[in-house]
Design a protein. Structure first.
Length: 106
């Protein structure tokens, strides 16, 4: 009985860690990012999901967190992890009005 209780505890704590580790998702439907800003911790990743009907090219030139995903076809997603603390301006190179801010904290 005691063994069973311990076993259940391990499973439950494993599940909650998994839930916490799930990435936040940014959608791109209608040529807009689904959030204007998002806060994450250093080293964590955001999943950029292109659920639009056109390609997007997400990138950032913010120092310490530069990246360029290239052309991202509809129906695909890419995880981006952020290495440095600070405000990261994220853009789409194809659609100048698509902008968002990622705030990376310690
Ligand atoms: Cu775009």
């Amino acid at each position: 009985m005691r063994k069973l209780a311990l076993f259940s505890l391990v499973i439950l704590s494993g599940l909650s860690v998994g839930a916490l580790a799930a990435n936040q998702i940014i959608h791109q439907q209608g040529r807009v990012f689904s959030s204007e800003s998002m806060t994450i911790k250093k080293g964590e990743a955001i999943t950029f999901l292109n659920d639009d009907s056109v390609p997007h090219n997400i990138m950032s030139a913010s120092k310490g967190n530069e990246f360029n995903l290239g052309s991202q076809p509809p129906g695909t997603s890419t995880d981006v992890s952020f290495k440095d603390v600070g405000d990261v301006q994220v853009l789409c190179a194809i659609h100048p009005r698509m902008k968002m801010m990622v705030k990376v904290t310690d």
